[in-house]
Structure formats: structure tokens, C-alpha cells
Design a protein around this ligand. Sequence first.
Ligand code: ADP
Length: 206
Amino acid sequence: MSRFIVGLTGGIASGKSEVTRRFEALGITVADADVAAREVVAPGSPALERIRERFGDAVLLADGSLDRAQLRAHVFGNDEERRALEAITHPAIRARVRDICETAASPYAIAAIPLLAEAGGRTAYPWLDRIVVVDAPEAVRHARLIQRDDIDAALATRMIQAQASREQRLALADDVIVNDGQPEHLQPQVEALDRIYRQLAAARAP
Ligand code: ADP
């Protein structure tokens, strides 16, 4: 059971996946909020039932699963509807990520929360013992995003601007992993933090 939980965040295309893969390779459990977001609305889940009650059968597909495209279109640009949806899904996502971390067999666990800065930061996640931010300059993220998602420059700019600023994210950071060079430059940073987190977790254990 992991008593020490590290929140990991970073802007789109900052390299979060690259970094979490490296922590996993060191034996650390990573709970991904994006994965949890899909799991908590699986058919039969309490959250899906509440979504159906609030938004109607129109947001379900014929097989009873969530019609994500339909729901996304419905809440897009409508703050009240978006907040109503988040009031259902966010608590469920937070609970699922926390549960995976707390029951992990690794010495500490990582909660990967891409939208940590946007979704309330430490206030929404008071159980994070530490926060690490994966950081890269906007121009670097922009170039990586265009290549990874095969999108044009204007869309990549909009996706980056729709998120919290680099400064807002860094304001949350206890630790920063800089990803502005070769991917191999990540490894020593990950290993150094892994050593620190193992020590902090060991100091925490009863
Ligand atoms: P995130 O999970 O934060 O959105 P990814 O880990 O998917 O970001 O990285 C975005 C893209 O940039 C991916 O295609 C990834 O392979 C690439 N990438 C990540 N780090 C580097 C790096 N240091 N150098 C070159 N490409 C990188």
C-alpha cells in the first residue's frame, strides 16, 4: 500500500507520457486520470446513470455506453452544462485515481493528472504529498503536438491556449522535470526524483 502519492502534471505535449513510462519502468504504479475518466463512466457505473438522469438518453449509444462525441458537443461552449457534467465525473475520477494509488504495491505511487492546474490544483487534490511538473517551452510543445497528432499549427496553438499557462502550472510544482532536449535527458531526472520519492515514502511509513 502506497502512503506517498506524487501528482504529475504538465501541459499538452510536454512529455508526460514519456516521463510516466520511465517511472513505470522503475516499478512505480501510475494512475492516469485520463484512463480513470473513461472507466468511471463505463456501462453500469453510478456516474453513467447520473449522466443519463441529467442529460437524457440522447447521450447514450444503442449499446448503453456513453456517446462521448454527443455529450462533448452538448457541453461545448455551455459553462452551466459543462459544470453539471464535471460535478458528476470529477469526484468519481479523483476517487478512482486515489484508490489506485493507495492500493498500489509500489513504494510510492504517481497520480498523472494532465489538467491538475485547471481542475482545482491542490485544493481539489489535498491528498497529493508532492507535485511534479513536466515542463517544456511552448514553442517546443507546439512543434511536438503538430507532429504527434498530425494537426495544423493553428489548431495546436488553440489546444495549448485552452490550457492553463506554463506559469500557473509551475506555481504548483514542488519538483520540475525539464523536457526541452533529447528524451534521454529525462532519464537522470526521473531517477533522481525516484530516489527522493522512495526516501520520502520510507520516512512516511509507520
Ligand atoms: P504528453 O503526454 O504530455 O501530452 P507526450 O509524452 O505524448 O506528451 O509527448 C508529446 C510528443 O512529443 C510525443 O510524440 C513524444 O514522443 C514526443 N516527445 C516527448 N519528449 C520528447 C523529446 N524530449 N524530444 C523529442 N520528442 C519528444
